[in-house]
Design a protein around this ligand. Structure first.
Ligand SMILES: C[S@@+](CC[C@H](N)C(=O)[O-])C[C@H]1O[C@@H](n2cnc3c(N)ncnc32)[C@H](O)[C@@H]1O
Length: 244
């Protein structure tokens, strides 16, 4: 994903894709590689939502690893139908068709953790990118419990992601880290996780912006005293002209 791309932000694109391509598909990296990070930051008892689950095997692997409550959401009916057939017999795993820009079926503060691997990235490809991202993040923030974690796994470096994650109406603490493969020649090489970086550390952010080959994980902890609703949006929307 990235550069001149198909209409990743459109439901019709994904519906067709899941019609044409059956079976699991994992974007960026799988659970085996991400497990150390998830285990460190998300407890196994957490109520977890996977935003834009697609046909990823993450929830299956997480359930096998002891996670007890995972809800996979996607706006593609095809993806959710496939996932229901493949995984829903697993205890603690369930699926729903829903649009992450409008999580009307969930009350505020419903989840301890939300994992987004590639979904904000797809919202940022195509028309109305900034508005789509704003809606998605505002809704994820709302349904997150105070103290809960929104974990974004993305190809987007800080230059192109912090502007979406840091507007004042999202009352959360953001840190990020870069991840790189240990040895790209090995199919199952593990990842090297960088240190957690504070977006206020401009030198570290600058260095991260130069690491174009890496993936990034953004960890956004909703403040414990945050209202479940986001603050009213007073800040102007971020510049729409930056490519994702
Ligand atoms: C790049 S894929 C990532 C799938 C999966 N998370 C993974 O890592 O393999 C993005 C997924 O997000 C879904 N998606 C995109 N925008 C969405 C939205 N607004 N609401 C719900 N799902 C969305 C797409 O249907 C697609 O399955």
């Amino acid at each position: 994903m990235g550069g001149a791309s198909p209409s990743y932000s459109e439901q019709a694109y994904w519906e067709n894709r899941y019609l044409e391509t059956k079976g699991p598909f994992e974007w960026y990296m799988g659970y085996e590689e991400l497990a150390p990070l998830l285990r460190r930051h998300i407890s196994r008892e957490s109520k977890i939502m996977q935003a834009g689950v697609g046909t990823s095997m993450m929830d299956f692997e997480m359930a096998r690893d002891g996670y007890t409550s995972i809800l996979g959401l996607d706006f593609s009916e095809g993806a959710i139908a496939a996932m229901m057939v493949a995984h829903e017999q697993l205890p603690g795993v369930s699926y729903r068709v829903a649009d992450c820009r409008d999580l009307v079926d969930w009350t505020s503060g419903s989840f301890d953790a939300i994992i987004d691997k590639g979904t904000l990235d797809s919202a940022l490809c195509g028309d109305n990118a900034t508005e789509n991202a704003r809606k998605m993040l505002t809704e994820c923030f709302r349904v997150l419990m105070p103290g809960g974690l929104f974990m974004l796994i993305t190809y987007g470096n800080p230059e192109f992601r912090l502007c979406h994650l840091l507007p004042a109406h999202l009352d959360w603490e953001v840190r990020f880290l870069a991840i790189q493969k240990k040895d790209p020649r090995e199919e199952h090489s593990s990842l090297i996780f960088g240190d957690l970086i504070d977006p206020a550390d401009s030198k570290a952010v600058q260095r991260a912006n130069q690491q174009r080959e890496n993936h990034f994980v953004y960890l956004c902890w909703k403040h414990k005293d945050a209202h479940s609703e986001s603050k009213p949006l007073t800040a102007p929307l971020v510049d729409d002209t930056k490519a994702p």
